[in-house]
Design a binder for this molecule. Structure first.
Ligand code: NAP
Length: 306
């Protein structure tokens, strides 16, 4: 039997779920929900049921799974309601704004026997998957992460809670643990929230730096990892997304990595469906998600505003 989905939030990112669900066999989008009627007038979804009241989805016995792609400050309440109505939940990052709420969501999901997957999308990126395999055999010395975007700023969270969930989830997935903030600086140029954050962390003997900004001239998601063997450069906007630079004698050489095919969001939804089918925990299990949120909390606590 196919899996019926309800999608809550059809803003900039929610629309990508609509497109991705269409490509996946064994599922269909049954409902979309938004608070405002105007948001539901989306020509992409003529045959889908539409509602401004999430209860319509939650009370529908023919909808087994709910995707929540709303602003971060709404994640915890919406996910909790969906889990308490016995729906499997795919919840966008960060999933909640504190670790106590994340723990509670996972407790409910375990009690109800429902899958809760928090959408740390980069874990499903073929380049990050590749890095996970090779880095097992290398010693990491330095990590640099840059994430800038030109989409509008958010009102409910700062850029740290918007972009650093990607950063900390990638680090966790690559087994870079016990991340301690050294210095975290932020600046609120336009609104109330910090729209630029520049930070330094350490993990064991590895030094880590990260820079994130909203409304930046250039959209970038770049990760540079220096190891005992050479330097790995991931650039999500580049044609060659993953390149390895290394010394051969006195010469600096590079090798472009041929990656497996697959759109991260589609792979993420397929992983969610597989977890439901097999009744197992997602790779973003409770321990993993708690680490990410605790790193965000520690970075927020260390944040000094300039
Ligand atoms: N994985 C990634 O790379 C990635 C990238 C971008 C965003 N995201 C995540 O996706 C989520 C949404 O981001 P976005 O950029 O799509 O934001 P957005 O453009 O502001 O869209 C959010 C939508 O949620 C709706 N909404 C707000 N509160 C709601 C509620 N209580 N019930 C139902 N609908 C509600 C809003 O429409 P109404 O005003 O009509 O309610 C709005 O259309 C965030 O959690 C963000 O972190 C992830």
């Amino acid at each position: 039997m196919g899996l019926n989905f309800g999608l809550v939030g059809i803003g900039r990112w929610g629309r990508n779920y609509i497109a991705s669900l269409e490509k996946i066999k064994g599922c269909s989008l049954r409902w979309v929900c938004s608070r405002r009627k105007e948001s539901l007038q989306n020509p992409l979804i003529p045959y889908v049921k539409k509602t401004t009241n999430i209860e319509d989805i939650l009370s529908d016995k023919n909808t087994q799974a709910v995707i929540i792609a709303t602003p971060a400050s709404t994640h915890y309440q919406l996910a909790k309601r969906a889990l308490l109505h016995d729906k499997h939940v795919l919840l966008e990052k960060p999933g909640s704004l504190n670790s106590a709420n994340i723990s509670e969501l996972f407790r409910i999901s375990a009690k109800r026997g429902k899958v809760l997957l928090i959408g740390f999308e980069f874990l499903f990126h073929p380049a990050i998957e590749y890095l996970k395999k090779v880095l097992r055999r290398e010693t990491i010395q330095f990590v640099e992460y840059v994430h800038t975007g030109n989409s509008p700023r958010r009102e409910d969270i700062n850029v740290l809670w918007d972009y650093f969930p990607h950063f900390f989830s990638i680090l966790g997935y690559l087994d870079i643990k016990n991340i301690q903030p050294v210095s975290v600086l932020g600046k609120a140029y336009k609104g109330r929230q910090e729209d630029i954050v520049s930070a330094h962390f350490k993990s064991g003997k590895a030094a880590i730096s990260a820079f994130s900004a909203w409304e930046y001239p250039k959209k970038r998601t770049q990760l540079t990892i220096s190891t005992n063997r050479g330097v790995w450069c991931f650039d999500d906007q580049a044609e060659d997304k993953l390149v390895f630079h290394f010394h051969k004698g006195n010469k600096l050489e590079n090798k472009k990595v041929a990656l497996s095919f697959g759109a991260p969001l589609t792979l993420e939804i397929m992983h969610f469906m597989e977890c439901i089918r097999k009744n197992v925990s997602p790779i973003t299990n409770v321990g993993f998600c708690l680490e990410v949120i605790k790193s965000l909390e520690a970075a927020q606590k260390a944040l000094k505003r300039l």
